[in-house]
Write a new protein. Structure first.
Length: 184
């Protein structure tokens, strides 16, 4: 029971696949933001792993800040109703902002965040996400940098949780049925 990998039904993305993709995204971002300052904004808590690896894959100066919000959702779906738990420490007026996310699922909370940040007069706001689900492609806010488009399945690992667990997995995978059936 201490082996979290025993709770996985399948591995969707290995540690190697994730790290290779993060290096690709970082190279793209380095090129696109050449000569411009860059503020990375991570969305707590899911984005912590992507942020840590993505920021270190960038061979340039960056600043990092964090937002946390509650989407009034429980279980495996979010509701789109947003309450800010932690706002940016940074004044983003005239700043180039790149939001860093682990996954865009419905895109509801992210479109709200983008609108909120745009209202503060930044030079630009773009989104970088490791994972994107099909529903998010219908989102009004375009996601500029996408690691992987994945099927509409509930996934955990590499920052993504189920009931706050599994964030510390190095891979991304789906959970075995017994996880949903028992508690503890
Ligand atoms: C998850 C995930 C994204 C968001 C995506 O966060 O990390 O931030 O949901 O869902 P959406 O596209 O439908 O809005 P969650 O609210 O579970 O908080 P967490 O990051 O602390 O796990
Ligand atoms: Mn999140
Ligand atoms: Mg979550």
């Amino acid at each position: 029971p201490d082996q979290i990998s025993h709770d996985l039904k399948s591995i969707l993305l290995t540690e190697e696949q994730i790290q290779a993709k993060i290096r690709e995204l970082a190279a793209e971002v380095e090129k696109d933001y050449e000569g411009r300052d860059l503020l990375l904004v991570g969305v707590l808590k899911g984005a912590i792993m992507v942020m840590a690896d993505f920021a270190r894959a960038l061979n340039r100066h960056v600043e990092m800040d964090w937002v946390a919000y509650s989407s009034y959702g429980s279980g495996t779906r979010s509701s789109g109703v947003v309450r800010i738990l932690k706002d940016l420490d940074t004044d983003i007026t005239d700043r180039h902002v790149l939001i860093v996310e682990d996954i865009v699922d419905t895109g509801l909370t992210l479109s709200w965040l983008v609108a909120n940040l745009r209202s503060r007069g930044p030079a630009s706001v773009e989104i970088c996400t490791l994972l994107r689900k099909p529903e998010a492609t219908r989102m009004s806010v375009p996601v500029k940098y996408v690691g992987f488009d994945i099927p509409d399945e509930f996934v955990v690992g590499y920052g993504l949780d189920y009931a706050e667990k599994y964030r510390n997995l190095r891979c991304v995978g789906t959970l075995a049925p017994h996880v949903y059936q028992t508690s503890g």
